[in-house]
Design a protein around this ligand. Structure first.
Ligand code: DX5
Ligand code: ZN
Length: 220
């Protein structure tokens, strides 16, 4: 059986009960949570920032975060995520003038580095930095909103990134973000995903535990 991780995306949670929502997915066995920061500049939507993670930490909720920065400029923002239980910080190459510098900043604050590729973004961005990063996040929708439809041509891209990673023989993780549901999850896993970022299919369901369980069993 293939090993993979379900990472719930808070973007589709009920913000009125954020703490409770997080506890529910932790209860379902998820110990990494996706946190979509949007700035209304790089993407046409506005979400949340590091203060929310500080509040979650101060209130004793023990979980790690996978921070997806959809913001430009990004360097000064990266530094604000230090010491907030953040495991990965993922950035889009288009949001920074000096990608290597931004990567080094993420490392400086003790986080793992993710690179997000929009549907139309070329894999060539990875060529020289591949040995500097820990995760590639393949976007299967245009960044900015939850609940969008999975772009089918991204399957080919997931396979390409998979073979690129396998050729390097290091342990870079392949994460897929956007539009994942029960009808496409098996194909996404077969194409080589290690991490599934799932928002609306979990948080718009009536029972998170059962939904997450069903996703976990989808490749049995
Ligand atoms: C979109 C975000 C995603 C989003 C996924 O810009 O990066 O993380 O929350 O949500 P669903 O699963 O609803 O597509
Ligand atoms: Zn995301």
């Amino acid at each position: 059986m293939k090993k993979f991780l379900i990472v719930p995306s808070l973007l589709s949670a009920n913000f009125c009960y954020l703490g409770k929502e997080i506890k529910k997915v932790i209860h379902a066995g998820c110990n990494l949570i996706h946190f979509d920061l949007m700035d209304y500049h790089y993407v046409p939507n506005l979400t949340f920032g590091p203060m929310i993670l500080q509040s979650i930490k101060n209130n004793g909720i023990h979980v790690q975060f996978d921070v997806h920065l959809m913001a430009s400029p990004v360097d000064s923002l990266i530094l604000l995520f230090s010491d907030l239980n953040v495991k990965f910080i993922t950035i889009h190459p288009e949001t920074t003038k000096h990608l290597d510098r931004s990567i080094q900043l993420i490392k400086q604050i003790g986080c793992k580095v993710g690179i997000a590729l929009n549907p139309a973004t070329s894999l060539s961005y990875l060529e020289y930095i591949i040995d500097e990063i820990d995760l590639v996040l393949v976007m299967a929708v245009n960044p900015g909103f939850g609940g969008q439809v999975f772009l089918k041509y991204i399957i080919k891209k997931i396979r390409k990134v998979r073979s690129l990673i396998d050729r390097r023989k290091n342990d870079i993780l392949l994460s897929v973000d956007g539009g994942i549901n029960f009808s496409n999850v098996v194909q996404i896993l077969r194409s080589g995903a290690d991490i599934l970022v799932i928002g609306s299919a979990i948080f718009h369901s009536s029972n998170y535990l059962k939904t997450i369980q069903r996703f976990k069993n989808s490749f049995l």
